[in-house]
Design a protein around this ligand. Structure first.
Ligand SMILES: C[S@@+](CC[C@H](N)C(=O)[O-])C[C@H]1O[C@@H](n2cnc3c(N)ncnc32)[C@H](O)[C@@H]1O
Length: 251
């Protein structure tokens, strides 16, 4: 699919629906609809059990990980914090990121969760922006109760959303982070806005990671990164039987 043929949403709300009940849900056939700045409407339909929004098939590696996807799917039904936490990214992206993260690397993430625990378990110095105080508390309590696994001193958890998050990000030193993962909920802190600021905060040679980069809602931000070295993964991630896309850009 050629992104240039579709005008992505700018600041407008994107609706997501299953048009044929039951069947679409089974196939994960999801229709996104939005209005563009000039008033015209666009829509995009994809069967997310089989491809990402851009029609890319899942990687072979992520297919081999389907038993793990199933295991974590059932674990997530029991508890949202996984027994062995991993980021909610495409399986190939978890592997790639896992090779990249080293102790004491400076990492920022927008949208916390199992990823926060995973970064901390690798010894990263982590700044997490999370909009939901209850979810943040759950993550923080897990860190607090497991000092042998997670070093609380390396965890800077900031509960804020929208403009507060963006203003706080701006105050961080330029070119000071090794990795920034953008995985926030767009309803609370738009990923496109985060990308614009994050680009300045990453060291030369560092990485910006965007999850759900196939979703048109995040394309405007991705456009800002055009021309940079990029690695893109499509496949299944833990905890859900949907195909998704995670992209890495080198700064
Ligand atoms: C895409 S998720 C971020 C996931 C996180 N970066 C990770 O990989 O674990 C966006 C938001 O959903 C919420 N969230 C994340 N994981 C959750 C879970 N397992 N259950 C409930 N809410 C979750 C948090 O508010 C988070 O900021």
């Amino acid at each position: 699919m050629d992104r240039k043929k579709i005008t992505p949403p700018n600041i407008h709300i994107v609706s997501s629906e299953y048009q044929i009940p039951v069947i679409d849900k089974l196939l994960g056939r999801t229709t996104l609809k939005w209005q563009c700045d000039d008033g015209h409407c666009e829509q995009l339909t994809a069967s997310l059990r089989f491809t990402d929004y851009e029609g890319n098939a899942p990687s072979f590696y992520s297919l081999t990980k389907l038993p793990y996807v199933a295991k974590t799917y059932f674990q997530a039904k029991r508890s949202p914090i996984m027994p062995n936490p991993v980021p909610f990214l495409v399986m190939d992206a978890i592997r790639y990121l896992g090779e990249m993260v080293k102790p004491d690397m400076k990492v920022m993430e927008l949208g916390g969760g199992n990823s926060s625990l995973w970064f901390l378990s690798k010894g990263a110095k982590l700044t997490t922006y999370e909009h939901d105080i209850h979810w943040a508390q759950m993550v923080y309590d897990t860190v607090d109760k497991n000092p042998s696994k997670y070093n609380q001193d390396k965890f800077d958890l900031r509960v804020m959303k929208g403009a507060s998050t963006l203003n706080d990000m701006i105050k961080q030193d330029d070119a000071s982070y090794d990795i920034i993962l953008i995985d926030s909920m767009n309803e609370f802190t738009r990923r496109n806005d985060c990308i614009r600021i994050a680009m300045k905060k990453i060291k030369p040679g560092g990485w910006l990671v965007l999850d759900n980069s196939d979703n048109p809602v995040n394309w405007k931000g991705a456009e800002l990164l055009e021309g940079k070295d990029m690695i893109r993964f499509t496949g299944f991630g833990p905890m859900a039987f949907f195909v998704c896309q995670t992209t890495f850009w080198k700064m």
